[in-house]
Design a protein around this ligand. Structure first.
Ligand code: SF4
Ligand code: SF4
Length: 350
């Protein structure tokens, strides 16, 4: 494990140098708050940004993505034959990603890249991407990452983890991708590994101490799906929900999408767009039947998927990294921390 130090005066020139090799993404501030976006050549990432409104998931899984195209020109031999679109697989780097958002990539990977199915678009984007995280020294009030197997200095899913040391960054290189990124930036000042690890451990401990996360998941695996499904609290949980879908769009681990075909002149295009289990149209069948036609069914689905189905299927914890975005963004204050505890504590009387 290598540690390097990066003097802050060398940071911007290094980022600029890396643009020859990478498309650079990072936090930027606009009228909608802080977002992770591709940086224009004259832009630097806002490394001291608060938690971004949306996570970095769109770097690998865009909100709208063109996946197939066909010509409708019948004079062409291949008319109406759907073909993959050309993808831009230029190496990209995400700077300043929060450690729990990188862990979320690892959870999403279980869905898009597994022995049964490999999503070619997501996998190509994943292979092309390097994640350079920045440890969170001042976790926000909704952060409960430590309670769900992540944390402000979690390394899972990251290629580099950096710590802000005032006039410099201390960076822990975690993977070969991380080494290549540091070399492309010209960052090569080695730091003492033992001393650096001690510093990381101190910062981690201090940051974790600030998270007051009273969220328990320890008994979820022992519950049966049917007991939780039939639990009496779902009406109450769902009562105020307006099915706006915000919680799923801001979530770094939500991956649902819909496919849409559009034609324009002689070209047909197939897109995939983010969708949400909170929308009644998401499960509306062509026959008119809707297996999740009521609000309570949709709200239950969201929590059961994150906190029970995913846990049972993959045995890798729950499908939540505790970023708190859904808690902060829900217009009616539905709080996954409370729902998780209700599910965890639920004892059937049957
Ligand atoms: S953000 Fe809140 S109101 Fe909107 S769908 Fe999610 S739980 Fe319901
Ligand atoms: S469910 Fe909520 S707290 Fe958990 S990862 Fe998604 S947005 Fe973050």
């Amino acid at each position: 494990m290598n540690f390097i130090t990066i003097d802050k005066k060398d940071w911007a020139p290094g980022v600029d140098q890396s643009r020859k090799t990478y498309r650079v993404y990072g936090p930027v501030e606009d009228k909608n708050g802080c977002q992770i976006k591709p940086l224009a050549p004259d832009m630097q990432p806002k490394m001291d940004a608060p938690v971004t409104v949306m996570s970095a998931k769109s770097v690998l899984f865009p909100q709208t993505e063109k996946i197939l195209t066909a010509t409708l020109d019948e004079s062409k031999e291949d008319h109406h034959v759907m073909k993959p679109v050309e993808t831009d697989d230029m190496p990209r780097v995400v700077l300043g990603i929060r450690p729990y958002d990188a862990k979320a990539v690892h959870l999403v990977k279980l869905n898009f890249d597994n022995p049964d199915y490999k999503d070619p678009y997501w996998c190509a984007a994943y292979d092309a991407t390097t994640f350079v995280g920045l440890g969170v020294t001042r976790p926000g009030p909704c952060d409960f990452s430590t309670a769900v197997g992540s944390g402000p200095f979690s390394e899972e899913g990251l290629d580099v983890l950096m710590a802000d040391m005032d006039d410099k960054y201390l960076a822990k290189i975690l993977t070969e991708k991380g080494e290549k990124w540091a070399a492309a930036c010209g960052f090569a000042t080695a730091a003492d590994p033992k001393e650096s690890q001690v510093l990381f451990d101190v910062l981690k401990k201090e940051a974790e101490k600030q998270i007051q996360a009273d969220v328990n998941t320890d008994k979820l695996a022992q519950k049966t799906i049917l007991d939780l499904y039939d639990a009496p609290f779902w009406d109450e949980v769902a009562f105020s929900c307006i099915n706006c879908g915000t919680c799923t769009y801001v979530c770094p681990t939500c991956w649902c999408f819909d496919i849409q075909d559009e034609t324009r002149h002689n070209t047909a295009v197939r897109f995939r767009n983010w969708d949400t289990c909170m929308s009644s149209l998401f499960t509306h069948h062509a026959s008119g039947h809707n297996p999740r036609g009521t609000k309570v069914q949709r709200v239950r689905q969201r929590f059961m998927h994150k906190l029970k189905y995913f846990l049972d299927k993959y045995d890798q914890g729950i499908m939540c990294v505790g970023c708190g975005r859904c808690v902060a963004s829900c217009p009616v204050n539905i709080d996954i921390r409370e729902v998780c505890n209700r599910m965890n504590d639920y004892e059937t009387t049957k």
